[in-house]
Design a protein around this ligand. Structure first.
Ligand code: AMP
Ligand code: MG
Length: 318
């Protein structure tokens, strides 16, 4: 159900949840200070309660409402990347609901760059907890229609068009004068390093600190096979019926002409990110036997896209 900005504000103030556009993916928003709204987010998504939510704020001036410390390093990063697809995990004030931070001593904060959602944050005066507006482990939504097909037609959606960044924010935790990368995103590790003036502390991705790092995440319903070698993908397609294919990186048309259901994306990371979930949603709807994905090269600029695709392709133990 599409709602106006005024309706979205009224619903959120009453403690209801509303799907909202951001530049990354659509979020399922609720008042970050209202525990009943927060419980509705977890219940609607069927998300485990140990997986914390990102709190969306209108500007860096609101960080102090949630974080007990806003170290100079974090301020520098906020200044450089906000509004934008960048989340800071900081020490939480004791007054921050344990529901939104899933019992962690930290809170995740982001100023999103979508104009409609910035207006919503400013006019409502609320801070909004908003994980992706899909059921847990499913593909993230980048259009209002994706939200409705995952969460049902009754979910109120503020339609802000298709998301321009297209994949979830980069997550960085800052503790004093050190930082760690918790989730890859389109703000790259190199960009963060350049602003921070120093490298990240090593091995952060391996810690259980960011439960969004659950391996079966961002998955289509159709089984998925990932390929680093194009020739291997071709062999697989020849011996398996009814495959759908996602090619990344300007694979020449004469090579992909043999595929029945094929989406070919460019060799530009930002363009691929923008269309990644939309492409996977489309291929998923074909009810193919398998989705075959030709991965982009294992280079830093493709880290976020390879991360999401690796999770989409994770099937072990399931
Ligand atoms: P989603 O919005 O669905 O992409 O999920 C938000 C993700 O943000 C979570 O799954 C965590 O990975 C991360 N996150 C949120 N809050 C925290 C926190 N306090 N500490 C570490 N990671 C967090
Ligand atoms: Mg999600």
């Amino acid at each position: 159900m599409r709602v106006s900005l005024a309706d979205a504000i009224a619903l959120l103030k009453r403690g209801e949840v509303v799907a909202i556009p951001t530049e990354t993916v659509y979020g399922l928003a609720g008042d970050a200070q209202n525990e009943s709204a927060l419980h509705k987010i977890y219940a609607t998504k069927q998300r485990p309660a140990n997986n914390p939510l990102i709190v969306h704020i209108a500007s860096a001036a609101q960080v102090d409402d949630f974080a007990s410390e806003f170290p100079p390093l974090a301020q520098k990063l906020g200044l450089a990347f906000w509004p934008g697809p960048f989340t800071l995990v900081l020490k939480a004030k004791p007054t921050v609901s344990t529901v939104v931070r899933a019992g962690e001593p930290t809170v995740a904060l982001r100023v999103p760059a979508h104009p409609l959602t910035l207006q919503l944050l400013q006019e409502s005066g609320l801070a909004l907890a908003a994980p992706s507006a899909n059921r847990y482990t499913q593909l993230s939504p980048t259009t209002a229609a994706h939200v409705e097909s995952s969460l049902g037609q009754d979910i109120p959606v503020l339609d802000g068009g298709a998301c321009q960044v297209g994949i979830e924010s980069t997550i960085v935790s800052v503790d004093g004068d050190t930082w760690q990368l918790l989730r890859h995103g389109m703000i790259t590790q190199a960009q963060i390093e350049a602003i921070a003036g120093k490298p990240a502390l090593a091995h952060a991705m391996a810690t259980p600190k960011a439960p969004g790092q659950h391996l079966l995440h961002y998955s289509p319903r159709t089984p998925t096979q990932l390929f680093d070698e194009y020739i291997e993908l071709q062999k697989y397609a020849q011996t398996h019926q009814d495959c759908a294919t996602l090619l990344i990186g300007n694979v020449t048309t004469n090579l992909n002409s043999g595929f029945q259901h094929c989406i070919a994306l460019s060799d530009t990371p930002a363009e691929v990110a923008e269309h990644l979930y939309e492409s996977l949603h489309k291929l998923d709807q074909l009810q193919a036997s398998t989705i075959l994905i030709f991965l982009p090269p294992n280079l830093p600029e493709w880290a976020a896209i390879r991360d999401r695709l690796t999770r989409a392709g994770y099937r072990e133990n399931f």
